[in-house]
Design a protein around this ligand. Structure first.
Ligand SMILES: C[S@@+](CC[C@H](N)C(=O)[O-])C[C@H]1O[C@@H](n2cnc3c(N)ncnc32)[C@H](O)[C@@H]1O
Length: 280
């Protein structure tokens, strides 16, 4: 039986949606409870009921934020799904480098970057295969809603389990140093990524025009209207020949006709369709 009443669950769902736009379906009740349990213990509260009472009486933004963070899924890994990074290496980066005038900077945005494995994978790939790009010719911006997860990303300190997921041993040896039982990413890679807090579902700060945008494994948590609003804003910051990468179970289809799916090997990425010239 559920430890929280329907009323409590609805309260949490509404809180999560207001802060992050994440829609938690009714069948995600277990997720609310299993993720709030450790938070209640951390806060020295005896039960989920006590957590609910504290939440309803303490309306501080920080406290609400901790609840949202506790429930949010931060699942990620180095070189997640592998093939998008192969496509980046073999096709997309060579194409963009050839197209851009020498000296022009490439800008890459990893939105919803979680604990940093995705932007660091891009940085490592560039350092490995396009070393000439790795200095001032590249800007990698990585954003996430959660301040706590961004602090982890900036720290760049990963457990053995985290580095075992997706990171080849040669790259681990080359770009990380062992620190006790953990692995710290070397500063030459950490310095390549600028981390910033950002909520995809609210007004975006002014962003540069992007050559590549990764918004992977986050749209799945939003309702249709939020997905459409985010894709409309992506249109405004993606260069006309830039590429958008989504997660493997995400698509622009039936959400935004401005994007054209572009299959490259196993990867489906997206580009903006050329703007129609009005006929007179
Ligand atoms: C499942 S992780 C995906 C990480 C990475 N992109 C990947 O594919 O491995 C989803 C991330 O989205 C972030 N997130 C959730 N709602 C968000 C929002 N409204 N704006 C920005 N980030 C959000 C979460 O904090 C979490 O770190």
């Amino acid at each position: 039986m559920s430890a929280l009443s329907q009323n409590d669950l609805d309260y949490i769902r509404e809180l999560i949606q207001r802060h992050s736009a994440i829609v938690l379906d009714q069948d995600k009740t277990y997720l609310i409870e299993t993720r709030l349990d450790p938070l209640a213990r951390q806060l020295g509260l005896a039960s989920l009921q006590d957590l609910m009472t504290a939440l309803r009486t303490n309306l501080s933004h920080d406290f609400q934020h901790r609840v949202v963070e506790a429930i949010t899924t931060h699942e990620t890994s180095f070189f997640r799904d592998a093939h998008p990074f192969e496509t980046l290496k073999k096709v997309i980066l060579p194409e963009l480098i050839a197209k851009r005038p020498p000296g022009q900077r490439l800008t890459i945005w990893c939105a919803a970057c979680s604990s940093g494995q995705e932007p660091y994978s891009v940085a490592i790939l560039v350092r490995e295969h396009f070393p000439a790009l790795a200095g001032s010719r590249l800007r990698i911006i990585a954003t996430d809603l959660s301040d706590a997860i961004l602090a982890r990303a900036r720290e760049g300190l990963y457990s053995q389990i985290e580095v075992n997921r997706g990171l080849p041993a040669t790259l681990l040896a080359k770009y990380f140093t062992q620190q006790g039982l953990k692995w710290r990413i070397k500063s030459e890679i950490r310095r390549m990524v600028e981390f910033q807090q950002g909520n995809l579902a609210t007004v975006w700060p002014s962003l540069p025009q992007m050559d590549l945008i990764f918004i992977r494994n986050v749209l799945i948590y939003f309702g249709v209207d939020t997905k459409k609003a985010i894709l409309a804003k992506v249109r405004g910051v993606l260069k006309s020949d830039g590429y958008l990468f989504l997660g493997s179970s995400e698509t622009t289809l039936s959400l935004d006709a401005a994007f054209e799916p572009v299959p490259i090997g196993k990867t489906l990425c997206y580009q903006l369709r050329p703007a129609k010239i009005p006929s007179h």
